[in-house]
Structure formats: C-alpha cells, structure tokens
Ligand binder design. Structure first.
Ligand code: GAR
Length: 217
C-alpha cells in the first residue's frame, strides 16, 4: 500500500478520482495528505469529507520559491508519502524539491504532451484547429510539462468546441488515467529509461487507432 501526497490548487476533481479509486481498491494505496497552496480550494472540502488530513501552505506566506518548496517537502515527509501527485497544482516546483522525491512525482496535464505545455492549453488546442487533444500523466522533471510520459488519453476536438466542452471531454478521461498511472506505480510496473516509461506486463495493441473526422463519413 503506497502513501500518496496530493498537491492541489483548485476544484480537486482529480483528487476525488484518486480518493475514489483508493477506496474501491483500484489503487493499492491511500491518500495520506492533501496540501493546497490556495486556502479556499474546493479540493480541501473533498478531502475533509473523506477525513483525509489537509494542510494549507499559502505561497504568499513565504519569502521565495525555495522557502515554500522546503516547507512543502518537510510536510510531505512528515506524512511519509511514497508518491507526490500533482492534481491541478498550479505552481512550478524547484530543483531542490524534485531532488527530495526522485522519480516519485507525477503530474496530470490537460493536453497531449509535448503539444501544448503550460497554461490555457484547451483554448490553444481549439484555436490551433487540432483534431485531437487529450490528457497526459507524466513524471515531473525540471522543465514545465516535459517529464517522461506514463499514460495518455485522446479525445476529438471540433472546430466549434467551446473551451468548457473540451475541458469536460478531457476531464472525464483525466479521472480514468490518473488513478491508472498511480496504480501502475503502486504495483511497481513503471520502469523509466531516459525519456521512456516501460509498463511491465503490457502487450502491444497495434490495432488501436483513431481518425477524426471518421473515414466513413
Ligand atoms: C485539470 O484539468 C488538470 O489537468 C489541470 O488542472 C485541472 C485541475 O482540475 N492541470 C494543469 O493545467 C496543470 N498545468 P481539478 O482541480 O478538478 O482536478
């Protein structure tokens, strides 16, 4: 059973999917602590509803990034976490922080990396006219959304999509792939070699393919 520290800044729907998966046995682990840098983040309510310990560390209370990150690392260690899961955590982490949890920090991003890293990515995907977008769970490295990719899910994008429509389409899959990525980690099935993440016990499926608009229209 792994102990997961979840970092949040907002609504916490991904946190909810992780807590739900832990509860129904979809993740061999438990959420040990939820830490928010935003004092009134709704994610905190979700954690309290499940009687999971919550900590608020407001970055405004710290003189600089490294002071904040130091406190964050200390708190996560107090709760003896095996994995740090960023779930809508809207801050970049320092190299010092990354060094405290090598190979043990994951993030979810609402686009198909390496396309559309950073912020405002659903709008950017629609404006670019891509036919597919999706979501990515990756290990965190020193770059912004650049770490080794664990799992991705693809959704169609339509030219008349609103940002909200695309957000909801992507979010529904985020809630499936994040718990899955964490379970693969908990099972010790993820092997990172350079940029690549190998999944133990996984057979290739060469038939998987998506076309948008479909070929038969
Ligand atoms: C999610 O869509 C997540 O992918 C995104 O923030 C949202 C958080 O929603 N993360 C990022 O953009 C990270 N750069 P949630 O609070 O409901 O889980």
């Amino acid at each position: 059973m792994i102990r997961i520290g979840v970092l949040v800044s907002g609504s916490g729907s991904n946190l909810q999917s992780i807590m739900d998966a832990c509860e129904r046995g979809g993740i061999d682990g438990q959420v040990a602590v939820v830490i928010s840098n935003v004092p009134d983040a709704y994610a905190l309510e979700r954690a309290r509803d499940r009687s999971i310990p919550t900590v608020v560390l407001s970055h405004n209370d710290y003189p600089d990034r490294s002071a904040f990150d130091r406190e964050l690392a200390i708190t996560l260690k107090e709760y003896r976490v095996d994995l740090v899961a960023l779930a809508g955590f809207m801050r970049v982490l320092s190299d010092e922080f990354l060094g405290e949890f090598p190979g043990r920090i994951m993030n979810i991003h609402p686009a198909l990396l390496p396309s559309f890293p950073g912020l405002g990515v659903r709008r950017k995907a629609i404006e670019h006219g891509v036919r597919f977008s999706g979501c990515t769970v990756h290990f965190v490295d020193a770059g912004v959304d650049t770490g080794p990719i664990i799992i991705q899910a693809v959704v169609p994008v339509y030219p008349d999509d609103t940002e909200e429509e695309l957000r909801d389409r992507i979010l529904a899959l985020e809630h499936k792939i994040y718990p899955k990525a964490i379970q693969l980690f908990a099972q010790g099935r993820l092997i990172v070699t350079g940029r690549k993440v190998y999944v133990r016990g996984f057979d290739k499926d060469a038939a998987q393919c998506l076309v948008n608009p479909p070929l038969d229209i």
